[in-house]
Write a protein that binds this ligand. Structure first.
Ligand code: ZN
Length: 207
C-alpha cells in the first residue's frame, strides 16, 4: 500500500517518536526489485500458498522489505515484485501513532465481530497503481492469522490506517487491487491519475 500524505507528518515528526510493534528488518540483506503494476497478470490471480519455510522464503521477505522502502510504501505483497506466493510485509502507522512492522505468510483475514464492523472511508493508494488515490470504505479493524517465515503461527491485528493496510495486502494475495473495490467511475478516475503521473520508483513494464 502507498503512503498517504496525511500520515507523512506523523512519520516525519522527530518530536513525537512512535511506539513500535515488531522489529525493524536488516535492510542490508535484501535486493530492491521493480514493482509490478495494474495489468500484469501476476497481480490479477490468487497467489500460491507457501509450503516451504526455507532460505528462499527468508530472502523473499528481505527483498520485499527493501523494495517496499525503496518505493516508500507502507505495505507490499509478493506479487507486487512478481513472486507468486502468499506473503506480505508492512511498516505502517495506525491512527494512534503506533508503527507496525512485520511480515506474514499465508495470511487469512479473520471474520469480524459485529462490534468491529465500523466502516472508515479514507483515501487509499497502491504502489501497483502509481500516483493514484481514491476514497474507499473498509472496516476500521482487521486481524489476520498466518505464519512467520519460520512457520510459527502468528496473528496480526490493527485499527485505522493499519487495518486498511492488512486488508489491502491480503486482497493482493487473492488477486485483487483496491481499485477492483471501487465504482466503475472511481476506478476509471484512479487509472487516469496513474496515466498522468510518473512513478518515483522502478516498475515492471507491461507488454
Ligand atoms: Zn497495493
Amino acid at each position: 500500500m502507498a503512503e498517504q500524505h496525511e500520515h507523512q507528518t506523523v512519520t516525519d515528526s522527530p518530536a513525537e517518536p512512535l511506539r513500535v510493534v515488531g522489529e525493524e528488518p536488516d535492510t542490508s540483506r535484501g535486493t530492491v526489485q521493480p514493482i509490478t503494476v495494474v495489468g500484469n497478470p501476476v497481480l490479477h490471480r490468487a497467489c500460491r500458498t507457501v509450503t516451504e519455510f526455507d532460505s528462499t522464503l527468508a530472502e523473499l521477505v528481505d527483498d520485499m522489505f527493501v523494495s517496499m522502502y525503496a518505493a516508500e510504501g507502507v505495505g507490499l505483497a509478493a506479487n507486487q515484485i512478481g513472486v507468486d506466493a502468499r506473503v506480505f510485509v508492512y511498516d505502517c502507522p495506525d491512527d494512534e501513532g503506533v508503527r507496525h512492522i512485520g511480515h506474514i505468510v499465508n495470511p487469512v483475514l479473520e471474520e469480524l465481530h459485529a462490534s468491529h464492523r465500523q466502516l472508515d472511508e479514507s483515501p487509499e493508494g497502491c504502489l501497483s497503481v502509481p500516483g493514484a488515490y481514491a476514497d474507499l470504505a473498509r472496516p476500521d479493524y482487521a486481524a489476520v492469522i498466518g505464519s512467520d517465515k519460520d512457520g510459527n503461527k502468528i496473528r496480526v491485528e490493527g485499527s485505522g490506517f493499519f487495518a486498511r493496510c492488512l486488508q489491502h495486502e491480503t486482497d493482493h494475495l487473492g488477486g485483487y487491487l483496491y481499485i477492483d473495490r471501487l465504482s466503475k467511475r472511481d476506478r476509471k478516475d484512479a487509472l487516469r491519475q496513474m496515466a498522468e503521473s510518473t512513478p518515483k520508483y522502478q516498475t515492471v513494464p507491461n507488454d
